[in-house]
Design a protein around this ligand. Structure first.
Ligand code: NAP
Length: 294
């Protein structure tokens, strides 16, 4: 298939570029070449490239900054996906769009998971924009796949795993406060890219929840990583209510119901993938967080 990946320089987009590039023809324009907020730019690009699939990994993803950048968030997270959806409809290609657990309020009692058809009720500006992005895709692209995921980690860019390591490896480490009342399923972005490939190749349609199997609290996640890398640090349990910044859902558990029903689920237990990731990249991560200034 000919796949146009938007946002291929990002954390998830770069994994998709590696994984999909092994079996498909990819077109991976930079933001400078294809800015999704430009309707004309999107139309011209799709006309020129004529892809079978448009994979949208672009987004305004800094959750804190979303609270104070309403205009940019709307443009990138809502109008951009709408442009992609309308143009995908015009050129009859499939649109794959990535969403997340911030569309829910996380009020379900753990371990009850969220299903694809549960009612959205976002707590933050980011979550609200992701709900609207989904509506823009559903309302305009006849042939779409929306994939909701969360708690992603990988080698590129920042994530919770790296920030925990960074705090633990400070010259004078302080106790690291981590919520023990927020639950999710740490998901390797490489695994999500494999899952996207599977859904794309099987001509999946609709909205899919796609996170690793099993779950843990943030606290258990941080402890698992530090133990596995044999790093001594003091973790201090706290509540998500004690953390500054935009509200995030306490329960981020997803059931991959539709993908399982259709035989498309390639997710594995979160610990299995995290073990593989840390075996392969643990040393590089430690080196990176020790040398990086910010
Ligand atoms: N990270 C997570 O934990 C997570 C979890 C669930 C869902 N998601 C969703 O997955 C998607 C990708 O997330 P990510 O973490 O990989 O994002 P990311 O690392 O922040 O990358 C965002 C990408 O979007 C590009 N971009 C930004 N504005 C653009 C525009 N106007 N036109 C074209 N490209 C633009 C960026 O290009 P530049 O680098 O040139 O700015 C970058 O390549 C997002 O929709 C996000 O909501 C992420």
């Amino acid at each position: 298939m000919k796949v146009l990946i938007v946002g291929s320089s990002g954390r998830l987009g770069s994994e998709c570029k590696n994984v999909l590039g092994q079996a498909h023809e990819l077109i991976t324009p930079s933001k400078k070449k294809l800015n999704i907020i430009s309707w004309d730019g999107v139309i011209e690009c799709l006309q020129e490239v004529s892809p079978d699939v448009v994979l949208n990994c672009a987004g305004f993803t800094n959750i804190k900054a979303c609270e104070t950048n309403d205009f940019a968030v709307r443009k990138i997270n809502v109008e951009g996906p709408r442009n992609l959806a309308q143009c995908s409809a015009r050129f009859e290609c499939v649109l794959i769009h990535i969403s997340c657990g911030h569309v829910f309020d996380g009020q379900k009692l753990v371990p009850q998971p969220y299903f694809e058809d549960d009612t959205a009720n976002p707590l933050s500006a980011y979550g609200k924009s992701k709900v609207e992005s989904e509506m823009a895709v559903r309302g305009n692209a006849p042939d779409y796949i929306i994939i909701r995921s969360g708690w992603l980690y990988g080698i590129k860019g920042n994530n919770f795993l790296k920030s925990t390591l960074k705090q633990a490896l400070r010259e004078k480490p302080k106790p690291i406060r981590v919520p023990d009342d927020q639950y999710g399923s740490p998901t390797w972005s490489h695994r999500l890219a494999l899952q996207i490939k599977e859904l794309m190749e099987k001509n999946a349609k609709g909205t899919y929840h796609m996170t690793a199997e099993g779950h843990c609290s943030r606290f258990e996640y941080a402890k698992y990583v530090l133990d596995k890398l044999d790093i001594k640090a003091t973790l201090e349990p706290c509540s998500i209510k004690d953390l500054k910044g935009p509200k995030t859902p306490a329960n981020c558990l997803f059931e991959n119901r539709l993908a399982k029903k259709q035989g498309f689920n390639v997710m594995v237990d979160w610990k299995d993938d995290l073990d593989s990731f840390l075996d392969e990249f643990g040393k590089a991560l430690i080196k990176e967080v020790k040398t990086k200034k910010t």
